[in-house]
Every structure is written in structure tokens, then in C-alpha cells.
Design a protein around this ligand. Structure first.
Ligand code: SF4
Length: 278
């Protein structure tokens, strides 16, 4: 078990990869691993480097040749929407040093790509000048799981606190850049309550953001007794998602906020077997 944060350098053979996500053509992840260290983060399952995946949040790899690859690939890759990032936060603290996100998106925007950014970090404000120059081909999503800083520091221990995210979202939205809120993962018993939903919808209404609602997908690592989400993972199995979504969409309609389901939702309570396979 590594206890001290470590940055390692790595080289990769491709920058843009085909994305399986809706509305996103390519994924770009300038870093491997994420020091925000959210306890629910699924990205560890898609990270082949064992040192990173087994010490999630404590080891981050910097893809030192990624900007050169973006330069080359941007020339011959058909234009489309690039999701930045899909399995790391593009504005996690190392970005303040290496600026791989900034340098990569600058190239992509100059070559006519649309860039869709998702973050929890206020560091994105550093790049407001660049985003503004290309505002018609940029959208920015902030993950806001809760407005309760106590809950946030439990599930997202090293991420900027929710009020800071909200302020950053407001600053970006007021500049006329398209914004959205990712309300996910929804963890039954933790951030699935009406007060949380209403507060998030109020922010969405104020900033003109749409809201993506995404349920917790229980993964095998959450089902270990020692995992902090263990009891919530079990509770998720019996949670009435249909009722939850019904309530969410009623509130969205009342508020006049566009809400959509995130990447997918469990249509029926998944079984333990299905959890264990993922
Ligand atoms: S910010 Fe995103 S990528 Fe980083 S640990 Fe949290 S959920 Fe994972």
C-alpha cells in the first residue's frame, strides 16, 4: 500500500480513442489515475497500471508525449466531439504543473474539434480565456453529487468542495459557455434525498445548465466489508430507481430544468451476480 502521493511519467501510443459514451466521439485522458481519489470512482477498473489502480488517488501518471500525439492526430482524425476526460479529472492538481489538458484542448480547438470538459476542479478557471475564444465549440460539466461538504469530503476526499465548484460553474456560465451538471453517482441514502435534488436543480436553473442524473453502479470493490460504501452498495440493490427518477423528473419539470438520465440506469434492481461480473 502506497501512502505517499507519487507522480510517474509514462508514454502512450495514442491520444484520441474512440468513445463508447453518448454524444462523445473521442476520449482524451492526459493523465492516468486521479488524485481526487473519490471512493466510488469506477475508473480504477479501467486503468491497466496496477500501481495506480490498487492505490487509487495516490499515484498519477503523466502522459508526457500526449501533446505531440494530439498535434499529429488532430490533423488526420475526422472532426468530432472530444470528451476530456472520461476516466480522470482533466483539472486534477497535477494539471497545474504539466498543463497537458490546456495544451491538448488548445490544439483540438484550433483544428475544429468540439471539446466537452467534465471536472470537479476550479482549476478550469485558469483556462477561461481559451474556452471563451472557442465558446461555440466548448461545453463544461461540473460533477456535483451533493452540496453537503461533510458528505462530499467522505465520498470525494480530495476534490474541491461543492461550493467552490458551484462558484466556478456560475462564472463559466455567465460568460455564455454551455454548462451542465453531472449529478452522479446517486448513492441511495447518501445523496438521493429531495433536498439535494432541489438544491442541484436550483443551481442548474440559475446557471442555465442541464442536469445528467446517474445512479451508482455497484462494483465488486464496494462489496468488500471494509469499503466505506459497503452498506450503501447493499442498499442500492433494493432501491426503487423508478420512483426516484419519477420524483426527479417531476421536480425538473416544475423547475423548468432539462434533466436527462446519465449514461444508463439499472432498469430493475441488479442482482449481486451482475455486480460481481463488472
Ligand atoms: S474526480 Fe472523477 S476520475 Fe477523479 S477520482 Fe473522482 S470520480 Fe474518479
Amino acid at each position: 500500500m502506497i501512502r505517499k502521493f507519487r507522480i510517474i511519467m509514462t508514454r502512450v501510443s495514442r491520444a484520441l480513442t474512440r468513445s463508447g459514451l453518448p454524444d462523445i466521439d473521442y476520449a482524451l485522458n492526459p493523465y492516468m489515475g486521479c488524485s481526487h481519489g473519490c471512493i466510488y470512482c469506477y475508473a480504477r477498473l479501467y486503468t491497466r497500471n496496477k500501481e495506480i489502480s490498487e492505490n487509487w488517488g495516490m499515484v498519477v501518471a503523466v502522459k508526457e508525449n500526449i501533446v505531440d500525439l494530439v498535434k499529429r492526430e488532430a490533423r488526420f482524425t475526422p472532426k468530432g466531439v472530444v470528451g476530456v476526460s472520461t476516466i480522470t479529472d482533466p483539472y486534477q492538481p497535477v494539471e497545474a504543473i504539466y498543463k497537458l489538458t490546456r495544451r491538448s484542448i488548445e490544439i483540438l480547438l484550433e483544428h475544429g474539434f468540439h471539446v466537452s470538459l467534465q471536472t470537479k476542479s476550479t482549476l478550469i478557471l485558469r483556462d477561461l480565456d481559451l474556452l471563451l475564444r472557442h465558446r461555440d465549440r466548448v461545453d463544461v460539466g461540473f460533477t456535483i453529487t451533493t452540496l453537503n461538504t461533510r458528505i462530499s469530503s467522505f465520498i470525494e476526499p480530495s476534490s474541491p468542495p461543492p461550493p467552490a465548484r458551484v462558484e466556478a460553474l456560475k462564472r463559466i456560465a455567465e460568460k455564455g459557455i454551455e454548462t451542465w451538471i453531472f449529478y452522479g453517482p446517486v448513492i441511495p441514502g447518501l445523496n438521493s434525498d429531495v433536498e439535494t435534488i432541489e438544491r442541484i436543480l436550483q443551481i442548474a436553473y440559475t446557471t442555465g445548465s442541464k442536469v445528467l442524473v446517474d445512479p451508482l453502479r455497484v462494483k465488486y470493490f464496494m462489496l468488500e466489508h471494509v469499503h466505506p460504501l459497503y452498506r450503501y452498495a447493499l442498499a442500492t440493490r433494493a432501491f426503487d430507481w423508478d420512483l426516484f427518477y419519477k420524483r426527479v423528473f417531476e421536480l425538473c419539470r416544475e423547475k423548468g430544468v432539462e434533466c436527462i438520465k446519465g449514461f444508463a440506469e439499472p432498469s430493475s434492481p441488479p442482482t449481486l451476480d451482475r455486480y460481481m461480473k463488472t
